[in-house]
Design a protein around this ligand. Structure first.
Ligand SMILES: Nc1ncnc2c1ncn2[C@@H]1O[C@H](COP(=O)(O)OP(=O)(O)OP(=O)(O)O)[C@@H](O)[C@H]1O
Length: 325
């Protein structure tokens, strides 16, 4: 079966940038799946989507949508995909409905069909009563919904969404998630980029994690979290009482069954408290007494303790590190 999207040995270098933005990237998106492209800032996600949507010309490699080479045959490719960009690029001289109808007209959809589609999609996107609003007065979250509505007007087989829920309030975010799930049920392939690991884990059938323009991992969110060393996580906050955090982390890493120890920077921490996350193969009932014994040996009082399983965010950090980009 022809993949909905195929990227093969893709390379893109920008002028004045010594490192390639995309550096030999290959992956396939299956027809009908929701696929997430994840990676830290500057990893090459937007550039990859840019190539697939004909905005960026690659230096080498190939990219196809529904089997159509997007570099060699951009016009044909445009009929097969739609893109919802990060920034609002709606036509401000038109109202919401006109933005939809003009887009369909550009793509050769007949008058009766585009009017029917506009009504149907405005309704589906919760915009029916805003149809005549000028773009100037729609909020950022509404504009995102209008851009998704516009993208659906020529019935694309593949929809690219660049950070679909950035800047949305929780209601709008859930609404967009529901619409993505609907699209999947309708057989539309969705490729989205996101920094929101919970969103990726919830929506995506599979995710590809990229960094420095290369693919680091590609699988279902569940398989990726299973692949992480340590099937249980223990979060522990201690009062350091003069003990160096590195010494605590070193001591915790000697506990039987512990695969990895991370010092956690987020959350409320003071100079006197340290937060650590342990990844262990042991059952919590086995790991916890050993952890507490080590901490008591260091005279560090435990102020908070939690048990969990690794998340997609843990996988992401494990693969791409904690360094800011
Ligand atoms: N037009 C450009 N000219 C020069 N360098 C660019 C250009 N666009 C992107 N880059 C560089 O290419 C690399 C990849 O950028 P890209 O925008 O594809 O990453 P990204 O994964 O989408 O990042 P983000 O999550 O921040 O949106 C970065 O180092 C970026 O600085």
């Amino acid at each position: 079966m022809t993949p909905a999207v195929a990227v093969t040995d893709l390379v893109k270098r920008y002028k004045k940038n010594p490192k390639p933005a995309v550096d030999g990237l290959s992956f396939e998106v299956r027809s009908g799946e929701v696929f997430g492209l994840l990676g830290p800032n500057g990893a090459g996600k937007t550039t990859t989507v840019g190539v697939l949507t004909t905005l960026v010309i690659p230096d080498s490699g190939s990219a196809t949508v529904e089997g159509v080479d997007v570099v060699k045959n951009p016009t044909k490719a445009h009929e097969l995909f739609a893109v919802v960009p990060q920034r609002n690029n709606l036509d401000r001289s038109l109202n919401i409905r006109q933005n939809l109808v003009f887009h369909a007209q550009y793509h050769g959809v007949g008058r009766a069909e585009r009017n029917r589609l506009a009504d149907e999609i405005l309704e589906r996107m919760g915009l029916a009563d805003r149809a005549k609003d000028k773009i100037d007065i729609v909020s950022g979250g509404q504009a995102q919904r209008v851009m998704i509505a516009r993208a659906l007007m020529h019935r694309p087989k593949v929809l690219f969404l660049d950070e679909p829920s950035t800047g949305l309030d929780p209601q709008a975010r859930l609404f967009v998630h529901d619409r993505i799930t609907d699209l999947r049920a309708d057989g539309v392939t969705v490729v989205l980029t996101t920094h929101d690991m919970d969103e990726a884990a919830k929506l995506c059938d599979r995710v590809g994690i990229v960094d420095h323009g290369k693919l680091l991992a590609l699988d279902t969110p569940a398989a990726l979290t299973r692949s992480l060393p340590g099937s249980t996580t223990v979060g522990v906050t201690v009062s350091l009482a003069g003990v160096q955090p590195e010494a605590v982390a070193d001591a915790l890493s000697t506990v039987d069954g512990v695969e990895r120890v991370e010092e956690v920077a987020d959350g409320p921490s003071t100079s006197d408290s340290g937060q650590f996350r342990l990844y262990t193969e042991s059952e919590p009932a086995v790991a916890l007494p050993l952890v507490l014994k080590v901490l008591s040996g260091l005279s560090c009082d435990v102020t908070d303790l939690s048990i969990g399983t690794p998340s997609l965010e843990d996988v992401f950090i494990h693969l791409t590190g904690r360094e800011l980009r």
